[in-house]
Structures are given as structure tokens and as C-alpha cells.
Design a protein around this ligand. Structure first.
Ligand code: NAD
Length: 420
């Protein structure tokens, strides 16, 4: 049987598995899986050459029992409604995992933004936000960036919405530039969070970071910051890194700062001169003898097909990306004794600092980087240990323990509100 790779089916299975362990009724579980709302929009854009191109986009609100929907917007040629539904579901349980008062949402546009001019990208970003604006708002649904979207795009979207409502609606979107209501520490936040939970995992497993090695698949925002903090603050050696063009390896460890500079200037890591080995396969980064693996690219990277290629040496997998491990690979890794820190915990730093940004926007009072980091550390460290204890107590996988705790919170909110 080929493995199920539809991200929404995978997400639904993750919820079903954990809900079963909680003893929830099947009809109730369906209410924990299906999204509340899914909007599809078709956006005509005038291209620079005068042609009209129609782009398809989505915005999904998965569950708002605990608060307004929250979740990023992805610009990618492979975006599908099922992918956006899965990402929105993961946001519901990610916010519940971090204990922040939001539900889950997600957006996506089918586009390769690298093929657009700056003007085309701005027109598309504004038009997409206009199209979804009836269901968006600081108390309804608060977007943020995801793959291929960034603070500049957030600025255009914030501006478009502010024009519609007639005032500066800072709280409508997060990860804005600092000059227009952004928060200190937002750009680094997801990688910072990956760093905190990986640090705690090393602590409970008794791994000395100074003797530990790590590999990072995907060297964008999240991969770069995860690698940087692990190397700079704990002395972990980053020996393998990949991006969409391929993998580089150096057993002596990379100078992460220098590698980030190279990636920014040259758009890829594969041409980096200080690599000892290069490979065209972006997945090769997953197959070296390292203690820590950080998949920080896209979904379905560790599957039934390649899980056996993952080294026996790997002790921790920190899922920086959303959905990088399929359920069958997850079970295989668990049986081998690998501690998989699931995405909805490992990468919750981004949405948590987005929440901090929204709180600061509503107060009109802004925190220092130290305050942001300290608050984020407290939330994620506490979540990690509570989940690790639940995992040990119930003898389940980290992912199941994470979902059990998060589902209980969403279930309680729905029950109290009389939805179920
Ligand atoms: P990004 O666009 O900044 O970077 C993505 C990186 O992955 C790029 O370096 C790209 O070259 C690389 N890549 C693409 N396909 C690849 C492949 N097949 N193999 C190896 N590398 C590949 O995106 P990002 O914001 O860093 O997001 C990465 C992941 O983290 C996504 O799954 C995203 O949903 C998740 N995430 C991001 C945030 C955030 O705050 N940015 C928060 C939570 C989760």
C-alpha cells in the first residue's frame, strides 16, 4: 500500500490517534478535525506585460473555539486546499500547545513568487488580502508569513486592510516590520523556539551540546535561525545543511554566520566553498551521522520510503517545518528510540511571538528583545516538559502526548461553549 501523503489526511489521522487515546467519541472527533470555514478566491492581476493572470488563493479557518483564527500565508506553486486545511488544523493545535488564546487558520496562493516582479508581487499581495478581507480582522482572523512571504508582504497587506477599514489596524496581521507595529524578536522567533525545545530535549536525554552535531534541511528563515542559535549559544556543530538546490556537508562544522551571509548573497548554499561534500539531493542532509536532525523545509520529507536511511546515531528530530514526518515514519522513529519533537511544539515560537506582537499592538506599548525572548523561553520550556512528562506517564509518542494535551484544551473550549 502506498503511504498516505495528503497532508490533511495525515493531520486528521494525528488528531484521530490522539483523540482515541483520550477516549473521545468518534462524532466529536470529526468536529475536532473539519475546518469551520474555507474560502477560495480567484484573483485577476495585471502583469507588467499587460496580460491578465488569474491566481487562485485560499483562506481556511479551522477552529475558533479558543480565540480568533491565526496562521500564515504561503505563496507556493504546489499550494492546494488540502494543504492549507492541514496547515490550519496544525495551527489550532499549535496555539493550544503553546497555550495562547487563538484558534487555527492558514492561507495560501498558488504562485511561484520568484517569477514575479516586485510590482506584480505587491499587486497580488494586496489583491489577495482584499479578497479575503471579509473574513479577516484583529478579532476574527490574524494572518502572518509562511513559506515565501515576508515582512514586506505583511506591510502591504496591513496597509491594504487599513485602507479598507479607515484606520491603522495594526492587529490584523503579524510579523510586520518594526517601523509599523512589528515586535522585537519576531523574525528570529520560530528558530528561537526550535532552539529552546532542542536545548530541553538535549537536557532530558543527557546530551552534551558541546559534543553534539546537527543537520538542517532547508536554510530559510527557520533553518538559519535554528542553526545559528544552536551553534552560537550552545556550541552544537552544524555539519550538514541543504536548500532546494542541494546539500553541503562538513564534518568539522560550518561557521553558520558566514554560511547565512553566503546564502543571502548567492541565493543557495550549494556553491559555498567551505563544504567538504556536495550533493544535488536536498534530502541528503537527512542522512548523515548526527545527533540532531532539523527538517526546516516542507512537508513529507521523512517517509516510510527513506526513514531507514536516517542514521542510527540520530537521537533528536526537531520538526522546524510543518508536517515533515509522515505517520508511518514517525512510528518507525519512535520504535528506534528517536525523540521526535513534533512541529506543533517545535515551531510554535513563531506564532507565540506573533501573539506577543498582537498584544503589544493592542496595548500600544512595546517590549525589548530580552523581554520577548524571556517570555518565549518560559512558555516553550514549560510546554516541552509538561508534554515530555505526559509522554512518559502515558507511554506514548511525543506527538501523541502533544496532541492529547492540545486536543483536550480545544475540546474543553468547545464543550464549555456548547458546540459539542
Ligand atoms: P523559507 O521560505 O524562508 O525557507 C524555506 C527553505 O527551504 C529555503 O531555504 C528553500 O530553499 C528550502 N527548501 C525548499 N524545498 C526544499 C527541499 N525539498 N529540500 C531542502 N530544502 C528545501 O521558509 P520558512 O519560513 O523558513 O519555513 C520553513 C518551514 O517552517 C515551513 O514548513 C513552514 O511552514 C515552517 N514554519 C515557518 C514559520 C515561520 O515563522 N517562518 C513558523 C512555523 C513553521
Amino acid at each position: 500500500m502506498p503511504e498516505e501523503l495528503n497532508p490533511f489526511e495525515i493531520a486528521a489521522r494525528q488528531v484521530r490517534d490522539a483523540a482515541e487515546k483520550l477516549g473521545l467519541r468518534e462524532d466529536v472527533v470529526e468536529a475536532l478535525i473539519q475546518p469551520e470555514k474555507a474560502l477560495e478566491v480567484n484573483i485577476p492581476i495585471k502583469m507588467d506585460n499587460g496580460e491578465i493572470r488569474v491566481f487562485k488563493g485560499f483562506r481556511v479557518q479551522h477552529n475558533t473555539a479558543r480565540g480568533p483564527a491565526k496562521g500564515g500565508i504561503r505563496f507556493h506553486p504546489n499550494v492546494t486546499l488540502d494543504e492549507v486545511k492541514a496547515l490550519a488544523l496544525w495551527m489550532t493545535y499549535k496555539c493550544a500547545t503553546a497555550g495562547i488564546p487563538y484558534g487555527g487558520g492558514k492561507g495560501g496562493v498558488i504562485v511561484d513568487p520568484k517569477q514575479l516582479s516586485e510590482g506584480e508581487l505587491e499587486r497580488l499581495s494586496r489583491a489577495y488580502f482584499r479578497a479575503i478581507s471579509p473574513i479577516i480582522g484583529p478579532d476574527k482572523d490574524i494572518p502572518a508569513p509562511d513559506v515565501n512571504t515576508n515582512p514586506q508582504i505583511m506591510a502591504w497587506m496591513f496597509d491594504e486592510y487599513s485602507k479598507i477599514v479607515g484606520y491603522n489596524a495594526f492587529g490584523v496581521i503579524t510579523a510586520k516590520p518594526l517601523e509599523i507595529g512589528g515586535s522585537e524578536g519576531r523574525v528570529e522567533a520560530t528558530g528561537r523556539g526550535v532552539f529552546y525545545v532542542t536545548r530541553e530535549a538535549m537536557r532530558v536525554l543527557g546530551i552534551d551540546p558541546k559534543n553534539a552535531t546537527a543537520a538542517v534541511q532547508g536554510f530559510g528563515n527557520v533553518g538559519q535561525y535554528s542553526a545559528r542559535f544552536l551553534a552560537e549559544e550552545l556550541g552544537v556543530k552544524i555539519v550538514a545543511v541543504s536548500d532546494s538546490k542541494g546539500t553541503i556537508y562538513n564534518p568539522d562544522g560550518f561557521d553558520v554566520e558566514d554560511l547565512i551571509k553566503w546564502k543571502l548573497e548567492n541565493k543557495t548554499v550549494v556553491t559555498y566553498p567551505k563544504a567538504q561534500e556536495k550533493n544535488d539531493d536536498p534530502k541528503q542532509a537527512l542522512y548523515y551521522d548526527v545527533d540532531i536532525l532539523i527538517p526546516a523545509a516542507l512537508e513529507n520529507q521523512i517517509t516510510k520510503e527513506n526513514v531507514d536511511k536516517i542514521s542510527e546515531k540520530v537521537k533528536i528530530i526537531s520538526e522546524a517545518a510543518n508536517g515533515p514526518t509522515t505517520p508511518e515514519a514517525d512510528i518507525a522513529l519512535h520504535e528506534r528510540g528517536v525523540l521526535v519533537i513534533p512541529d506543533i511544539l517545535a515551531n510554535a515560537g513563531g506564532v507565540t511571538v506573533s501573539y506577543f506582537e498582537w498584544v503589544q499592538n493592542r496595548m500600544g506599548y512595546y517590549w525589548t528583545l530580552e523581554e520577548v525572548r524571556e517570555k518565549l523561553d518560559r512558555i516553550l520550556t514549560k510546554a516541552f516538559h509538561e508534554i515530555y512528562e505526559l509522554r512518559n506517564e502515558k507511554k506514548v509518542m511525543m506527538r501523541e502526548a502533544t496532541y492529547m494535551r492540545a486536543i483536550q484544551r480545544v475540546y474543553n473550549a468547545m464543550k464549555l461553549r456548547g458546540w459539542i
